[in-house]
Design a protein around this ligand. Sequence first.
Ligand code: AHM
Ligand code: MG
Length: 344
Amino acid sequence: MERTTLVQHIRQQEKTIPGATGEFTSLMNEIMVAGKIISLQVNSAGIGEDILGLTGKINVQGEEVKKLDEFSDITFTKIIGQSGTVCAITSEEKEEAYIIPPEDHPGKYIFMMDPLDGSSNIDVNVNIGTIFSIYKKKSPGLEVTDEDLLQKGSEQVAAGYIVYGSSTIFVYTSGQGVHGFTLDPTLGEFFLSHPDLKIPEQGSTYSANEGNWGIWDESQKDLVAYLKEEDSATGRPYKLRYIGSLVADFHRTLLKGGLFMYPKDSKSPKGKLRLSFEAAPLALIVEKAGGKASTGNQPILDITPTGIHDRLPLFIGSKNDVEMAEERLAAKGKKGSWFKWLSG
Ligand code: AHM
Ligand code: MG
């Protein structure tokens, strides 16, 4: 049987881009190499090297840094930083952008990553993943500016994620469809397993941390209560599936359809997930697969970040499900404001 490797696929895709120089292919190759290294570490966590547990450090997000978080951040930064293809790297784990020094030959791309998403699941053998996003440097000259680091999601050149799960899967889009590759551990090679992925137009599953019910606003409670009501005509009640690793919850949603949401709440009034490292890359992927991604009232890809660590609410998945969520949130929001106006 003839099988397409990830490297062959990226090369074929690059051929269709006029003026392509091979720099993008090199960058994607390096991401793949770093992904394989992390995959190996994740698969053997608990044996050999002491890689489970905490480093004792607190990251820029105020969260405890796990050893595998740090290992993934360092691995990606070293490999991508020395690839000669990027001029800056931003990471969920780093407060500031890492600007590639002249001796490492800065390239024309900007690389953004959540090196190991789903950290809380590392020690309990539940799927975790890497999310990445690639932009082109926009500003003239050698200096990397906010114009480069704070670009709208719609300006991404490519985005992808790697799930370290029952198998390791690499999913990416460079604008022409979404493609998934499974790592063959015996050969150490990714092979095309999910060509041209399309998300179902409507799903039957919702995914949210419902333990946050008490800190959600009324419109969010109304939306989830609606999904749980019985109505065979609209396929309700929806099933609840929530892993607590965005990459894993997203991967299931992409394959099976449905709605993933991490809304704002009174503890995180701006939302919990990060625009540049989580929402924007997954939004590009879902849209290229025929789905949608929204803050609840605005497409994620239309948002220009104000800082590299911006957070926002996320509603992502099947087109019909995301639109239904937007409509219900808007309707309830309006009712709420009329009520406040009348009673105020
Ligand atoms: P992380 O990037 O530090 O791992 O945090 C993000 C994670 C997402 O993977 C997941 O969707 C969410 O946080 C889970 O949050 P909660 O535990 O509040 O449900
Ligand atoms: Mg994350």
